[in-house]
Every structure is written in structure tokens, then in C-alpha cells.
Design a protein around this ligand. Structure first.
Ligand SMILES: NCc1[nH]cc(CCC(=O)O)c1CC(=O)O
Length: 350
């Protein structure tokens, strides 16, 4: 087959999705100045049913399915997603050809402009806006007495809800990456370190998906794959894959490469990987948390093994009991129904 000169990129239409896709488009244009990479903007089931519980519109991939259909039909040759939104079991025939260098993976606390308050002083009377069970459980554990309230819509919509005159929220919890990519840096009131909150699997990395047999595109996007990010995210996704048993659950993770000096050497930057993970019950009263370290030395297989080790440690600590309850309660309790930009399967992680 002759090499393609026009390579359409499939994306969702939200401001965050477009910002991420433009980042990929720019990198590809820089490497291939003679080719063009037009954007193909699509609505997904998740986007079309804003305001409805995700659990009522389908179980998996509500934000990726339409994009994959378009990729399958060759209307486009690659897709750009937040890695966090990509299910661990991707559709047969498709592959994550690149995981881009990770932006800050942590969550942040956002208050109204000019306001500030230490999280340690949060308690009775404070209302924390989030639709993520993972964030809700951890903040309840850290700040007993706080009320957690659902906040829906994409990042811009949520900030507007926080700032509104009749806002019920003291603060919001959001991913740093989304705010930074939308140039809302100045809205970050405080970054949440791993001692406070573990982030979502894959948070902060952009995934490029393509057809598994499309060697031309695989070669094209290979330089955009960032090995330290790939190893961290493969380890995180492996925890998720073992624990979820078919649907998404509240899992928090943290990964870092261990190094001796002030900066990691090249070998250290893909050498010894530490992975922390937790599983939370829906009400935040039960949390299983653990960590492990392994020499992965640049190997994706070893990173995946580290994830399996950590997942098995969590199961041994009672994560299976927490998960069984999560699955049992899934459609009756809590159900933090993300809409619009909110994603996840079953609405657990947004
Ligand atoms: N839930 C929607 C979503 N999907 C990806 C991001 C942030 C970007 C990223 O994680 O890479 C966000 C916003 C948020 O969680 O605050």
C-alpha cells in the first residue's frame, strides 16, 4: 500500500478532547510536514445523553464506542482519548499505539477565585463537589464530616457551577491535567499529593488508538509513545484489569520511578517502579491500600506483573469483599452519574 498523505484523527467534541487532539496533531505535523492530519469530530453516546445516568445508556465504552466504529470503517486512522477513559479491555482489532508523556497525574482542589482553605480544615458544613466515587471516598476519609455532592458536566461547566452565585460547593476536586490543558492553571487552589489522594488509572496521559494491523500508523505514532509513562500506566491498568472483573470500580493509584540523585538517570527513569493502589467502598468507610516496588527495567511485561502483584495484595487485604459490595450496590446506591465530559463505565470514575 502506498503511504497515506491525509490521515484523519477521530476525536470527541469537548474543549478538553479538542485540546488533547490538537496536541497530538501538532506533534505529528512536526514529524511529518508533508502530511495532513485533519480532525474528525464526533459525538458519542455519552455526549448525546447528558443528564441521564450513565448506567441507563450502556455499560462500557460509552465515550469511545462511536469513535472505534469510525476507526473500523476507516473514516479515520487514529483516535485520541484521555487514557483514563479507555477501558482496560479494548475492542479486538484495536491497540493503544502510543501513550503520550504524562501531564501531572494528580487531582487538585479548586475553590472560587480569591478563596482558600486548607483541606485539613475541611469538615462539617463543607460541601465537596465531585462525581467520582474514588475522590469521594478518599476525601471522606481525610475530612470526616464533609458532604460530597455530585457535580456534572465538562470541566468548564463544573467551574461555572462552583462560581455561580447560588453555588452549594465549598470546593471541587478535579484532575490537574484537564485544567492545565485548558489553561486554567490559575484555578488550582491546591495540588493533592499521594498522602491525600491517589489518582485514577492512566490519569494525565493521552492515548492514541489505531487499528492493530495498521503498521504505517503504528510506525507514525511510535515516537509519541513515552516509555516511562507507558510503564507506569501499564502497571496501573493491570491493577484495574484484575480488580474490575468486567466493570469499573473505585480504584486509586500512584506510580513513581525510584532514583538516587535529584534527577533520574536514563536507566533510572525506566528502572525501579513503585506502585501504590487502593480500593474504596462506595461510602468511603472501607479502604484497602497497599504498595509494591519492582525492577521493571524498561519492560512492559514486568510493569504489568507489578500491577498484578499489587492487585493480588489488595485482594488478600479484603478488596474482594469491598468489590463485591460495590457490585451489589452499583445500581442502587450513590451512582455518581457523570454526564458530558464525565466518563466511565458505569459512572464510577469521572
Ligand atoms: N472525567 C473526565 C476527564 N477525563 C480526563 C480528564 C482529565 C485529563 C486526564 O486525566 O488526562 C477529565 C477531567 C477530570 O477528571 O477532572
Amino acid at each position: 500500500m502506498t503511504s497515506r498523505e491525509t490521515i484523519p484523527i477521530g476525536t470527541r467534541k469537548s474543549a478538553l478532547a479538542i485540546a488533547q487532539t490538537v496536541q497530538v496533531q501538532s506533534a505529528l505535523e512536526k514529524n511529518h510536514p508533508t502530511k495532513s492530519f485533519p480532525l474528525l469530530r464526533m459525538s458519542t453516546t455519552g455526549d448525546n445523553f447528558q443528564g441521564q445516568p450513565l448506567s441507563s445508556i450502556g455499560t462500557t465504552a460509552v465515550f469511545t464506542r462511536e469513535l472505534e466504529t469510525s476507526l473500523e470503517k476507516k473514516e479515520c486512522d487514529l483516535l485520541v482519548h484521555s487514557l483514563k477513559d479507555v477501558p482496560t479491555q479494548i475492542k479486538p482489532g484495536f491497540i493503544i499505539g502510543a501513550m503520550m508523556k504524562r501531564e501531572e497525574p494528580n487531582d487538585v482542589m479548586v475553590m472560587r477565585p480569591g478563596e482558600s482553605k486548607e483541606l485539613k480544615d475541611f469538615g462539617e458544613g463543607d460541601v465537596v463537589g465531585t462525581s467520582s466515587v474514588r475522590r469521594a471516598s478518599q476525601i471522606r476519609r481525610l475530612c470526616p464530616g464533609v458532604q460530597v455532592m455530585d457535580v456534572r458536566g465538562n470541566v468548564n461547566t463544573r467551574l461555572a457551577k462552583l462560581d455561580a452565585a447560588d453555588s452549594p460547593y465549598t470546593c471541587l476536586l478535579l484532575a490537574a491535567a484537564g485544567l492545565l490543558r485548558l489553561n486554567f492553571d490559575e484555578r488550582i487552589t491546591a495540588s493533592l499529593p499521594p498522602s491525600v489522594m491517589l489518582h485514577a488509572v492512566g490519569q494525565g496521559s493521552i492515548a492514541i488508538e489505531c487499528r492493530e494491523d495498521d503498521t504505517e500508523i503504528l510506525e507514525l505514532i511510535k515516537p509519541l509513545d513515552h516509555l516511562p509513562t507507558r510503564l507506569r500506566c501499564e502497571a496501573e491498568r493491570s491493577v484495574m484489569k484484575i480488580l474490575q472483573g468486567g466493570c469499573s470500580v473505585p480504584i486509586g493509584v500512584w506510580t513513581e520511578f525510584v532514583y538516587s540523585g535529584t534527577e533520574p538517570t536514563e536507566a533510572e527513569s525506566v528502572g525501579q517502579l513503585r506502585l501504590k493502589a487502593l480500593v474504596a467502598s462506595l461510602d468511603g468507610t472501607e479502604i484497602a491500600e497497599t504498595e509494591a516496588v519492582a525492577d521493571v527495567n524498561g519492560s512492559v511485561e514486568l510493569a504489568i506483573e507489578l500491577g498484578q502483584t499489587v492487585a493480588n495484595q489488595l485482594l488478600a487485604m479484603g478488596a474482594d469483599r469491598i468489590l463485591a459490595k460495590v457490585h451489589r450496590d452499583r445500581d442502587t446506591t450513590l451512582v455518581p452519574t457523570g454526564t458530558g465530559e464525565e466518563k466511565t463505565i458505569k459512572g464510577w470514575e469521572v
